[in-house]
Design a protein around this ligand. Structure first.
Ligand code: PMV
Length: 348
């Protein structure tokens, strides 16, 4: 190992799943394949400062700052991450790290920072590794960055590239892997270019159910097997939809995925309701608006109360007016974030 100190910075986005990952096994392997739009504006910027240590400690040593302030609340998660990845990046024990991170979206907005944060950190570590192995191929760099990000948070594996990333093996999608995310390999209709996602912040509090607990709920779940089969079928159906640009079929599939994710939580033991009354108000308003206007606006949900409003770029002006006029009243502090499907992480 060539001892040198330095600093590396990556900006990495969050992503929103269309076919949801819910249920895992082994070392962060998904029970079903998923696909997501990589976001553009919701991102984390992480600077990793590294310095060689003379006598490596038993554990990788680091300190962590959020917006310039010590952030002990992330310590346990990052420590677990380093422990998991040590076998894949043996050099990390020979360094002392200082992690400086900040998010473009408000802290505790209910937007998961784990996908953007873990992918940004994984990319910083890969840049250090590439420094030690300068002939590393670009494709290997991206796959391993995604592989490492996955070990931090499953969905983080889908934030390296964009705008559509598949994670999890699917028989009909060549190159798909349980171990890392790969760009969706087939034709994508023009209508999905820079597909819009406006995130309505219904509830900004801490997550009621951590995703670790959530994935655990799929073990011994009465409907688990049917759900995993359905996710595979939906991913296959999306192939035709992405190709033809059939937005009616897109809407039906994506909204069903969102509601199924929540149905899984409502029917697990213990059970949870992660939607809030305002989540349902928004969904009903979207359905009303669509019926009245012929708009192709739709929604999806994460494991929380916020609503992601999805629509083609050509409808931007109208849908934003609808959101500002009729939906923002259901958001905490009337707040929403405009975003769209972007290209993935960039080194700064
Ligand atoms: O990456 P995790 O373990 O936080 O799980 C994320 C799960 C969902 O956001 C609900 C769905 C998904 O595919 O991103």
């Amino acid at each position: 190992v060539k001892a040198s100190s330095g600093s590396v910075t990556w900006q990495s986005p969050s992503n929103i799943a269309l076919v949801k990952y819910w249920g895992k096994y082994g070392e962060q392997m998904p029970k079903n394949p998923s696909v997501s739009f990589t976001l553009n504006n919701c991102h984390t910027v992480t600077t990793l400062n590294y310095e060689p240590v003379e006598n490596p400690f038993a554990k990788t040593t680091f300190e962590i700052f959020l917006d310039g302030n010590p952030a002990p609340e992330f310590r346990e998660k990052i420590e677990g991450f380093f422990t998991r990845i040590e076998q894949y990046l043996p050099f990390i024990k020979n360094y002392k790290f200082s992690i400086e991170t900040s998010n473009s979206f408000p802290h505790s907005s209910g937007i998961a920072s784990s996908a953007s944060g873990m992918s940004a950190l994984a990319l910083c570590l890969m840049t250090i590794e590439k420094g030690l192995q300068p002939d590393m191929a670009d494709d290997f760099f991206k796959k391993k960055a995604s592989f490492l990000a996955r070990l931090g948070s499953g969905s983080a594996s889908r934030s390296i590239g964009g705008p559509l990333i598949v994670w999890g093996t699917h028989a009909e999608i060549e190159g798909s892997s349980q171990l890392y995310g790969t760009p969706y390999p087939f034709e994508i209709h023009e209508v999905f270019k820079e597909y819009q996602d406006t995130i309505l912040l219904v509830d900004k509090g801490e997550k009621q159910v951590s995703s670790t607990v959530g994935h655990g709920l799929m073990k011994n779940h009465a409907y688990a097997e049917a759900r995993f089969t359905q996710a595979n079928d939906n991913l296959e159906a999306l192939k035709g939809i992405f190709k033809t640009g059939d937005l009616d079929a897109f809407i039906e599939l994506v909204e069903s995925e969102a509601l199924t994710l929540h149905a899984m939580m409502m029917t697990s033991q213990p059970y949870f309701i992660l939607m809030k009354p305002n989540t349902l108000e928004i969904i009903n308003k979207i359905w009303e608006y669509r019926a009245q206007s012929g708009s192709k606006v739709s929604f999806t949900l994460d494991a929380g109360a916020n609503v992601h409003v999805l629509y083609p770029k050509s409808e931007k002006e109208n849908v934003l007016a609808f959101i500002a006029g009729e939906l923002s009243q259901y958001c905490k502090d009337q707040e929403f974030i405009e975003d769209f499907a972007g290209k993935g992480a960039v080194q700064l």
